[in-house]
Ligand binder design. Structure first.
Ligand SMILES: NC(=O)c1ccc[n+]([C@@H]2O[C@H](COP(=O)([O-])OP(=O)(O)OC[C@H]3O[C@@H](n4cnc5c(N)ncnc54)[C@H](OP(=O)(O)O)[C@@H]3O)[C@@H](O)[C@H]2O)c1
Length: 182
């Protein structure tokens, strides 16, 4: 069974980015390694990466994307409605319900996990499709007051493990699914 993981960082009030898609509040923190959610350890277990268009655009703005250039060596899948020429062969463009692409994602991931890189919009679409098993969340010691939310629907979870890495609080949750209404 393939595990789908939303591995991300958020402010204490649950935003992934500020209102202008900025991550200064995160990138200005002293970086830290070796914790529960250590990046190198996590990424070594990733078989495929999926991301939404805002996250892709942010990477492109950072200069991480260009002809023949893509920051992830794993097969990668960009969900967007807008046409785009993928910069590398191992980045594929998809759209629609994640469930329709489940077989392709899981074949690409092999024995590894599927990393939902971002953002909250796409992670919620995966949760709606029953394709979100875990949230690995690094909390930065900051509140933003507004911005891009961690999820765009209510999700029920169970806290599995916690840790601390430098200034960050780390929390690993099992995702049970969408919250019942009412
Ligand atoms: N804190 C962190 O560690 C972290 C990590 C990653 C990203 N981020 C940032 O967080 C923000 C995330 O923003 P977000 O949650 O609004 O965006 P997102 O999920 O990255 O992108 C949302 C967009 O992806 C496309 N999309 C999503 N689902 C789709 C589907 N099923 N089919 C086709 N297209 C689909 C749509 O764009 P179109 O319809 O326009 O194509 C949608 O508007 C970004 O600023 C990103 O840089 C933060």
């Amino acid at each position: 069974m393939t595990t789908y993981v939303f591995y991300t960082a958020a402010s204490l009030d649950g935003y992934l980015a500020d209102e202008h898609d900025g991550l200064d509040w995160l990138l200005s923190q002293p970086m830290s390694t070796g914790g529960l959610l250590d990046y190198e350890r996590f990424v070594a277990g990733v078989g495929a990466v999926v991301l939404g268009r805002s996250t892709y655009d942010w990477l492109a703005d950072q200069g991480e994307v260009g002809p023949g250039r893509w920051p992830y060596e794993q097969p990668s899948f960009l969900f967007t409605h807008r046409g785009i020429e993928p910069p590398v062969e191992h980045l594929r463009v998809l759209e629609g319900d994640p469930a329709a692409h489940r077989a392709a994602l899981e074949e690409a991931a092999g024995e590894g996990e599927v990393w939902i890189l971002g953002g909250g919009d796409l992670a919620t679409a995966f949760a709606r499709a029953g394709m979100l098993d875990r949230l690995d969340l690094t909390y930065a010691p900051v509140t933003l007051g507004a911005g891009k939310p961690l999820s765009t629907a209510g999700l029920d979870m169970e806290l599995i493990e916690t840790g601390r890495s430098g200034p960050f609080l780390e929390a690993r949750y099992a995702v049970h699914g969408l919250r019942e209404q009412g």
